[in-house]
Design a protein around this ligand. Structure first.
Ligand code: ZN
Length: 250
């Protein structure tokens, strides 16, 4: 496993090549996965697995100081939810719990990306994810992205959902990671509101992540919305994730 260590104010020996274009680029794009407080013990193993499956994206683990505001932000989101009179979880049935603001993560992630020469930054948090989109507030989400290069992924409850689906925790985290990478580079992708056991289920009901983790596939209709070069990548990732747990999958 490749580790990239971020030291504030120190630029790493960033690759001299420019970031790949969305549909081109013969060199792999570099995706840094930054476990801020999710505690994914076997993260290097699952990133190695995803790397071995294809050559379009190269994953490395980012080691960086955790943004000091993460926990206090979570408290502030909880406070905000009380202020507006809706307990967190009211919309989804999840228990009241902490969320982090994706928007506070974004500038931190952009700094790390710039310093380390990353094409993607994927932050892993043990909290759920809250954000504002089109003026509306959302919370209790598994993921958020800026639509370009930065994603934050919630590992909250994911360990339980993985167990229920018969998967390992790190495979489930890998599942969430590859969905974000594919969505960032394929603007036609839609997280569909029906949860059918597809990588691109919206999972408005958090428990429904179990369906996706059981099957671990990109269903054919969704695969066709990927740009052609990404289709074998998507399939290879899903196959690798299924087989990571000793299953042949299908
Ligand atoms: Zn689908």
């Amino acid at each position: 496993m490749e580790y990239l260590v971020h030291r504030p104010g120190v630029k790493a020996g960033a690759p001299s090549s420019p970031p790949a274009l969305e549909t081109g680029g013969s060199h792999p794009e570099l995706a840094g996965v930054w476990d801020m407080n999710a505690g994914v013990e076997n993260l290097p193993e699952i990133l190695d697995t995803l790397n071995a499956a294809q050559s379009r994206v190269r994953f490395a683990e980012v080691l960086a100081a955790v943004p000091p505001g993460l926990v206090s932000q979570a408290k502030s989101v909880r406070q905000w939810s009380r202020t507006i009179g809706k307990g967190l979880g009211a919309a989804t049935g999840a228990p009241p719990a902490e969320n982090v603001w994706a928007h506070d993560f974004l500038p931190q992630a952009q700094l790390v990306a710039q310093d380390l020469g990353l094409d993607f930054v994927v932050g892993l948090t043990g909290s759920m994810v809250a954000f504002v989109e089109h003026g509306a507030k959302h919370w209790n989400y598994f993921t958020w992205s800026d639509g370009r290069s930065v994603s934050v992924i919630s590992c909250y409850q994911v360990r339980e959902f993985a167990r229920e689906a018969g998967r390992t925790f790190e495979a489930a985290v890998g599942h969430l990671i590859v969905a974000e990478i594919l969505a960032q580079r394929n603007p036609d992708i839609v997280y569909h509101p029906e949860d059918r056991g597809c990588l691109f289920d919206f999972t408005g009901v958090r428990q429904n992540l179990v369906l996706g983790l059981r099957k671990m596939i990109v269903e054919p209709a969704c695969l066709r919305t990927l740009a052609e070069p990404w289709r074998p990548v998507g399939n290879a990732w899903m196959k690798a994730l299924r087989e990571y747990e000793g299953e042949t999958g299908g």
